[in-house]
Design a protein around this ligand. Sequence first.
Ligand SMILES: [Zn+2]
Length: 245
Amino acid sequence: MNVEPPLQAELLRLAAVDAELTRIAHRRGVLPEQEEVTRLEAERNTHKDAAVAVEITLDDLDRDIRKLEGEVEAVRKREDRDKAMLTAGTVNAKQLSEIQHELGSLERRRSVLEDELLEVMERREASAADYDHAGARLSTSEEDMAAAQRRRDEALADLDVAATRCDADRAGVVAQLPAELLAIYDRQRAQHGVGAALLQARRCGACRIELDRGEIARIAKTAPEVITRCPECGAILVRTRESGL
Ligand SMILES: [Zn+2]
């Protein structure tokens, strides 16, 4: 097909805009700000798991404390009942000896339970301190993550602005080009990534291959308004004074 050389040159602007759009799309996929968000999310999840684990330990210890307190209370009630019976003086000698024996074992039992309770309460205190630390680490990492998310969103917004500008530029160039030329360009771009390129110093700007003497001679003889394609990659070759023809 025939297209006036100045319009053919517009294809270079179109290719530049499309290359920029490709760079923007690529950058969106490999954004360092997104990598940072992903890293900090994993870190936050680790801290969250740690905080939950400490919370479970704390709940277990609270349950143990309630259970031991209940056991101490039951022993104490039994001791009170026995002592009341002794005070009332209504027991015979045999019962008296049994009650005194029971009071002795109840006291030993209570002493064991109270020691155990003290030990569990000490462990609970240590776990409560762990819980505070885990909570502080978690909230710090959540703040870090939120800040990274804001930086990521800003980076994405910048890319959106750049892409919108490219889209507008592209629409401006496309409006000037014949539909048939555009169809060739778009098909070539879809298949090979680059639709049109400058023929520069005998080299195709798309595939970078240097054309042989025969091809260069053929292109040199082709009228300037005739669309020529790279024999290697198929890109539309835009000819200028830099083409080495
Ligand atoms: Zn080529």
